[in-house]
Design a protein around this ligand. Structure first.
Ligand SMILES: NC(=O)c1ccc[n+]([C@@H]2O[C@H](COP(=O)([O-])OP(=O)(O)OC[C@H]3O[C@@H](n4cnc5c(N)ncnc54)[C@H](OP(=O)(O)O)[C@@H]3O)[C@@H](O)[C@H]2O)c1
Length: 266
């Protein structure tokens, strides 16, 4: 283990969605840097394997199974983790779900789940750690949003809306939390090869970064505490263009991009 990075009082990081994908890789990358870890996911098996690996490498780590949609059990799980690895200095809220839908099948049930996990689940995770952060007058909330939340993506309206809501929610929390010593960082990853993206019906192979590379960026966000953190650079540039594109050009671009990029009904 490398000597722990100096990031103010930061020492314990709570990672939600830690069993798979970006959350799992981020937990491993944080462990290498010597952070104490509280890991949370709804699936016990993969989480236990990760904990065994990290402990084997000398990390101080504990895990709990909880669903971020269930505020009560989430609160109990966070309290149990804090008993074992210490109060949460940083929350990395990675737990998320995502699926495509189309105008022919709006998949409102999928939309509801995305709102419950991606928006309310993050809010509940924040709610579980915030009283402690306020009491200590310090803390850092890192929320995983998406470029898909910057404009309405027609092949994933529900996911897009959930991430837009999350981005706005985190932005709104920023000033009052800052007054109480808590920083908020919103992270916008480009495509990462995880369970969430592998099944996407792309017409052609799309370049995706591996979770380990994404994790290096998330760790940087933990260490540097920026307001927003978009990676890689190409995604940051693309997101900038998307945000400022006049509406008529954005609509035209999306009208063409959907059928060109995906085999699914558009
Ligand atoms: N991959 C990308 O290209 C990409 C791009 C932009 C943003 N993101 C965001 O990055 C975050 C991580 O995504 P990922 O790609 O790493 O996805 P992933 O591989 O599917 O990992 C997400 C993890 O969250 C867990 N989870 C889902 N719902 C939960 C719940 N209700 N309670 C507790 N845990 C729950 C999942 O468990 P299950 O396996 O049981 O569902 C899984 O372990 C998400 O917020 C995603 O929206 C991803």
């Amino acid at each position: 283990m490398r000597k722990r990075d100096r990031v103010g009082a930061t020492s314990t990081v709570l990672v939600t969605g830690a069993a798979q994908g970006i959350g799992r890789a981020t937990a491993s990358a944080l462990a290498v840097r010597g952070f104490r870890l509280g890991l949370l996911d709804r699936a016990g098996g993969p989480l236990e394997e990760l904990v065994a690996d990290l402990r084997g490498a000398g990390a101080a780590v504990a895990s709990e199974v909880a669903d971020v949609r269930d505020g009560e059990s989430l609160g109990r799980a966070v309290a149990a983790l804090e008993d074992r690895v210490g109060p949460t200095d940083v929350l990395v809220a990675c737990a998320g779900v995502g699926s495509l839908s189309s105008a022919l099948d709006l998949d409102l049930e999928g939309f509801r789940q995305m709102l419950e996990v991606n928006v309310l689940g993050v809010a509940r995770s924040i709610e579980a750690v915030l009283p402690g952060m306020f009491a200590r007058g310090s803390g850092h909330i890192v929320g995983l949003s998406s470029v898909a939340g910057s404009r309405g993506m027609p092949w994933m309206p529900g996911y897009s809306a959930s991430k837009a809501a999350l981005t706005t929610y985190l932005e709104a929390l920023r000033p009052p939390l800052k007054r109480r010593g808590v920083t908020v960082t919103t992270v916008y990853p480009g495509f990462v090869r995880t369970g969430m993206t592998v099944g996407t019906p792309f017409r052609r192979p799309v370049p995706m970064m591996e979770p380990d590379e994404a994790a290096r960026h998330v760790v940087r966000a933990v260490l540097r505490r920026p307001r927003d953190y978009t990676f890689p650079l190409s995604t940051a540039l693309g997101m900038g263009v998307l945000r400022w594109l006049p509406n008529f050009l954005f609509d035209r671009m999306m009208d063409r991009a959907g059928p060109r990029a995906l085999t699914s009904e558009f």
